[in-house]
Design a protein around this ligand. Structure first.
Ligand code: S3P
Length: 173
């Protein structure tokens, strides 16, 4: 039995939303995705928010949503890849649940994000370079906030979900 919230952190393309949704289903919990929540509240896409308000504006919205969602009980939450940048977000995540870092190789991340147009930070000439830069800066923050680190590769979603459950159960022992 895993008690408390489960928060997924990690870079864009690590599979936080897909794994989170499936994990919530298996554990019979409610699933939230901080990006989708921001889109629901504003009625516009993440790309549109970046365009209108810049990254700074997006981060402010992200902080509000993370503060609210982390107060819920027994949920699974997939956070945006940059949510861990703000100290207050890291504190809320750590204090209110178990944090799982879904890590993946640069190649995997590039492959999984290459067709997506709703990730403004990767709409650059050289997305691979950007992924590497972001990882260098953020990996220590993901590590720092995480109770469990799980490297995802070619394995199925089901397998990753089982691994997350197994690792979280180990934590509780
Ligand atoms: C971002 C990741 C995105 C989204 C926004 C910024 C980031 O979420 O929040 O585009 O800074 O890494 P995903 O990790 O769900 O793609």
């Amino acid at each position: 039995m895993i008690s408390g919230n489960i928060f997924l952190v990690g870079p864009m393309g690590a599979g936080k939303s897909t794994v989170g949704r499936q994990l919530a289903k298996v554990l019979k919990r409610s699933f939230y995705d901080s990006d989708r929540e921001i889109e629901k509240r504003t009625g516009v896409s993440i790309s549109w928010i970046f365009e209108m308000e810049g990254e700074q504006g997006f981060r402010e919205r992200e902080k509000k949503v993370i503060a609210e969602l982390t107060c819920l009980k027994n949920i699974v939450l997939a956070t945006g890849g940059g949510a861990i940048l703000a100290d207050e977000n890291r504190r809320a995540l750590r204090a209110q649940g178990h944090v799982v870092y879904l890590a993946a190789s640069e190649e995997q991340l590039l492959k999984r994000t290459s067709k997506d147009k709703n990730r403004p930070l990767l709409q650059t000439e050289d997305p691979k370079k950007k992924i590497i830069e972001l990882l260098e800066k953020r990996d220590p923050l993901y590590q720092n906030v995480a109770d469990v680190v799980l490297r995802t590769g070619e394995q199925s979603i089901q397998h990753t979900v089982s691994m997350v459950i197994k690792q979280l159960e180990e934590l509780g022992k």
